[in-house]
Design a protein around this ligand. Sequence first.
Ligand code: ATP
Ligand code: MG
Length: 505
Amino acid sequence: MDFNAGQRLNLPLNPSLSSATITGRNFTEQYCSKIVTFEKALVVVDDLVFTKIGRRLSEAEITVLKGTWNDCDYEEIAENSPYSLNYLQRRLAPQLWDVLSATIGNGERVCKKNIKNFLEVLTPGKYDTQSASSENKVTSADNSLQIIGGQPPDISNFYGRAQELADLEELVTKQRCISLIGVPGIGKSALAAKLIAELSLKSQPRFDYFLWKSVSHAPLIQDLVSELVEQIQTVEPSLTFPEYTQGGTTVLIKQLQSRRCLLVLDEFDTLFQKNSSEQRLEYETFFRRLLEEQHQSCLLLTGRVFPNEFDSLIRAKRSIQYLKIKGLDADAAMQLLAAQGLTNQQKCHDLIKKYSGNPLELETVGERINYFFGGSTEIFFENQTTFVSSELEAMLDKMFSQVLSKIQRQIMIYLANEIASNSQSISFVKLLTNMKQKHQISLSTSELVKALEKLEYLSLLESIKHPITKEITFTVQPVIKKYILTDPQGLVHTSDVLPILANAS
Ligand SMILES: Nc1ncnc2c1ncn2[C@@H]1O[C@H](COP(=O)(O)OP(=O)(O)OP(=O)(O)O)[C@@H](O)[C@H]1O
Ligand SMILES: [Mg+2]
């Protein structure tokens, strides 16, 4: 189910589930019924949640509700499910109680102790179609909580990211611009969509509406600005649109001043990659204006790399926050694999480590295990391999052919070979000494520092700080190591880089 609050405001209540169990009566009458079984209560609550937030209850949420209905504590619920206790109790349940408080709490806080009372007694009229829609009208009168523009990605199976969401909810109140940066498939767009879903649940919303725009096709600036203004006209019909880009940008900024908008530009980095230098310059001015001029909206940018054009804005201490998105934590990644039918804890942990919790890589490997190994991780692990997704491969092709300098490529090759033979991260001193002495690569300390900074910035390597000695060591993810060692397009080991022996110590 796609989350779309804009649609949600006009949604007819979905009778599909309820009519299957309670036929011959209208929806209002159904909700006036006294609910006596868990299954019937679930149908009603699921419909109400759907009406309220545009998504249905997840398997894990239903597991918690059912366990609670049967008077089980969290330990018992976790034991009889594929989910961990920590995940159910600490991550999922608090959010579930928030959603249910907003949906059926009628002003009271719903929690594990009292949910059964709420489910058992659904008071006549309290949850009928009319009250649900009039509640929406309170916010829809000024078009609040609508999503206009494009459709955010499906987040019906979204796991984890509690910390990131908490940080983002705070940041949107303080910053004028937030950028979510990370490797392909790490979950930037999903996180932005989930943030919108969470923000739209708040009783005192920070924004009046959300505007979602994917710019992966790298539109020309005049097209993007006029599309944004046109879309805003759907909630602000009085706007007129001047013909020139700068005029259009002024209209857009006025709109961002008068109403609070969370404007998501998904894959914004392509604006600076696929466009001409003239267009890039215009985009730089566009973003500078959005950041410098006063307004009460927030710009949320998602991208794989942070364009150089933004460096000067950061140096000028503009209101912009850069967030590097990393893989899912172990619990969330386990949920994702469990949803694909993979439940062997140890093997799943190995997979999560190998793919650094990247949800797209894990989904892809899960699909392949299901397809080729009939879902048996055991057989798969006997014939172990590392898959590199086509998205990641395409990004690495581009990095190695267009973005990285010779020194940066040389460092990546050295690290991949070193880690392949020793499986250990490498200290800065070892990196400097070995590259200079053993591999005869001329390199100054400052060159190495700058190159490592850039590589980390591009999410191509990771630094680990020892908690006690504070020594920094560097490593590359297994998927990136595999790409470098196999060099599928011949873009890594080009004639200008020095060959490095795989067993170099
Ligand atoms: N927290 C999550 N829980 C479950 N699945 C997730 C989560 N985050 C992302 N995914 C899934 O992983 C896949 C990749 O996510 P997404 O498209 O958000 O990545 P991205 O970082 O935006 O990638 P790209 O750089 O290609 O735009 C999607 O199928 C998405 O549903
Ligand atoms: Mg994306």
